[in-house]
Design a protein. Structure first.
Ligand code: ZN
Length: 324
């Protein structure tokens, strides 16, 4: 069977529905009272020019990019060499990818009934969906706003139901999915409250949202400051903490919200790389966001992520929430 690839129609390619936040409004709670969390933030990975500002909401404490960029600007912040668009070319890297999927897929499997539907938001080349599909008979759905990131049709593989566009544009029915996966997605979307309302709508009652994102209240940010890779300036529209993420999920209508620390040496590596390249090695050339000394940063990141995970102040966190 071939894969079903749908895409947004020209009439639906406009911005997601709902009033956009004002230039200084908090994208989680709408409050317009905010102070500055980080001025003159810069892109230390891909060299998008300019200085950016992160504000901290005076009401809910969310840290967010302010002023908010337009959708056209957001698209321009993702160069063709962006790491998420690069598929592993060597067998070794494909094997490493599969190894890191293992624990995640086992976790997702525990959240799924014997049969059901899974949606991976920001599915890229569909590798995670294929790993999930290897372990059970679930129906596999994926979407990505970048059509060229989606996998080519493979008649020999399990069918994937794919959609090119944003979650807000996708034509999914209400109460449709048993599990929605948002792995490093919620920090990138311009209107996280609107996105989560859509997730709540398409999950069946009792269905689960699961994901991972950077943790603002981490030792990693305290140590690396403006070079913390959780800012990922200017591609992260907001930086959640356990508190601000939990508050937004609960306010949206999710129940049983839980967060947990995640081992993530790669983010530590990019924070260290940003610190070195931004402060000392300012002429460093980067390829796909990585410097020649990135492997050394990755080695350093392994003990650091273990320590901060042990004290529950990790730079990356997992989250789970259920639709009542
Ligand atoms: Zn707020």
């Amino acid at each position: 069977m071939s894969q079903n690839v749908a895409s947004s129609s020209p009439s639906s390619s406009r911005a997601p529905a709902g009033p956009p936040p004002g230039p200084e409004a908090c994208p989680a709670c709408g409050s317009t009272a905010a102070d500055t969390a980080l001025a003159d933030a810069r892109d230390y990975e891909y060299g998008v020019p300019g200085e950016f500002r992160f504000a901290r909401c005076a009401s809910c404490a969310l840290v967010f990019l302010s002023p908010r960029p337009t959708l056209e600007q957001i698209v321009s912040y993702y160069p063709a060499e962006y790491h998420a668009y690069q598929r592993p070319t060597s067998r070794l890297f494909r094997l490493l990818d599969r190894l890191q999927y293992g624990p995640r897929v086992r976790r997702y499997r525990r959240l799924l009934p014997e049969t059901g539907r899974v949606l991976d938001v920001g599915c890229g080349d569909g590798s995670l969906l294929r790993e999930i599909g290897r372990r059970g008979p679930w129906e596999l759905y994926g979407l990505d706003f970048k059509p060229e990131a989606l996998p080519a049709s493979d008649p020999a593989a399990r069918p994937l139901h794919l959609f090119a566009g944003t979650l807000e544009q996708a034509p999914y029915e209400r109460d449709f999915f048993d599990l929605v996966v948002m792995h490093h997605v919620l920090e990138h979307v311009p209107e996280p409250a609107t996105t989560l309302r859509k997730v709540l709508e398409i999950l069946r009652p009792g269905g689960t949202l699961v994901g991972q994102l950077p943790n603002y209240d981490s030792i990693e940010r305290l140590v690396t400051g403006r070079y913390w890779n959780g800012y990922h300036t200017p591609r992260h529209m907001q930086c959640f903490s356990r508190r601000t993420l939990g508050a937004l999920l609960s306010r949206t209508g999710f129940a049983d919200v839980r967060t947990s620390p995640a081992l993530h040496p790669g983010q530590w590596a990019l924070s260290i790389q940003g610190w070195l390249a931004g402060r000392w090695l300012t002429r460093t050339r980067l390829a796909h966001g990585k410097a020649w000394f990135y492997p050394g940063c990755l080695l350093a990141g392994i003990p650091l992520t273990i320590v901060e995970t042990a004290v529950r102040r990790s730079g990356v966190m997992n989250f789970v929430a259920r639709k009542p």
